[in-house]
Design a protein around this ligand. Sequence first.
Ligand code: BG6
Length: 532
Amino acid sequence: MFEMGLRFGDGLPMDQSAQLDELLTCRLDGGRKVVEPCSIVIFGASGDLAARKLVPALYHLCRQKQMPPDFRVFGVARRDKTDASWRAELRSALGQFTRTQPVDDRVWQEFSEHLCYCQGDLTAAATYEALERRLASFGGGPLRHNLLFYLAVSPSQFSAVVEQIHHAGLLRKDGAEGWQRVVVEKPFGHDLHSARQLNRELTRFTHEQQVFRIDHYLGKETVQNIMMFRFSNAIFERLWNRESVDHFQITVSEKPGVGGRGGYYEEAGALRDMVQNHLLQVLSLVAMEPPVSLQAESIRDEKVKLLKSIRPMSPEAVARQVVRGQYAAGMVDGQARPGYRQEPKVNPDSNVETYVALRLLIDNWRWSGVPFYLRTGKNLPLSTSEVRVQFRPTPNVLFAAQCGPRLDPNALTLRLQPNEGISLRFNGKVPGTSTAVRPVRMHFSYDAEFGAYTPEAYERLLLEAMAGDATLFIRRDEVEAAWEIVDGIRQGWEGKPLSGREFYAAGTWGPAAAEDLLAQNGHLWREPLVVP
Ligand code: BG6
């Protein structure tokens, strides 16, 4: 066993600094994270996230024997439930949401004995005192002091809950007893100002290193593979620069509309909901410089550097470089879909965007002049996420007479989901006596190579948070850098209602203006790859 120590705590007195080191140390055993016995406390336990994602993820970790030797999962929420009724509810949800059917009842039985419910109002100190008593009833050991607090509550409650757990003596900044960490769900603020304020409020009672901000895209196996792919393959990394790459296309498209989330979406819109976090995270992994080590801080330093090198946009640049859209009624898979303005809890005159496409430029040595096109939207023809690296065309002197003036440029596609894998597109000779060319592809597929092992993002994220490894979580300066980019775009949109050209019929690839955005540079959106 060896230790991967993370050095933090500059400016703290020596003894506190040493304690903090201990608190932040992520231990490895044969490459596998060591997770100490602990209690996971889910605030907002009656919500969707706990039943759909968190508890199924913990059940799977238990099934794979990755949970610590002893643990408890506490659900805290206002509704009246007992341990037994909460367990029964979660068992039935698991049947619906687990990625491995059927539920293994022997594993569930063992796992569910660790589930405890604490009823209480999250604004009342008594709730936290009762929680403290229950935790203390396990003795003064790790189940009382190693605590992972998961805030599955509305963002407006984040700071108040953290303050309450601190006052109940459950959350310590000094690392004196065990470790305590706070996992925060998105959205983290709604602009730079509110994100800064939230960061200030949270760090009144925690160190930055105790705050684990979730972006579930980072928990996806294929997103983690971006770094592995880039930095363990000399042939591709050598091409990963302005000399060889013409442009990038990052697509996260979704077939469903906003459905029952109209209320939330009216406040968010696609820019805040998807670009500020998932797309910019993928972009930063794709474009960052190699980190000096695999330590969380080294990787996050590079991501922040990349985000800071994105060229800020003036309102005029926003008009040129960003396209927004909103879906109107249309058809998806032969089914009629209502327009966004007709969705429940949506203002019938809403100007909220359900689609964004943008061209970002990165002002650094590697990427100078290379456009990064990003797009995301609801009610599009496919649910898919991919990164397409489009390489520069060949000089094309040899085959022009026989094959036409333009050969299809080479492309590498990282298929993030579904059909996870990587595809390389190149040109080949069509067999026969004529000199005809045709683009062909080589596919790598996770399924074929590794079998059907596709853990849910939350499994990995919960495990990392328990182990104290912050690599897959967003750092304070990272979240702020991403808001700075998004705020600039919002300012460019301010006071401008959507124009007719900004609507798109459900089931199409977005507004026509998104095509023009690429056409300005002679580029074209490519249909995301569907690999059978
Ligand atoms: C969430 C957004 O963060 O990500 C949703 O709030 C979106 O609007 C979802 O649908 C997409 O996640 P995934 O993993 O399905 O691509």
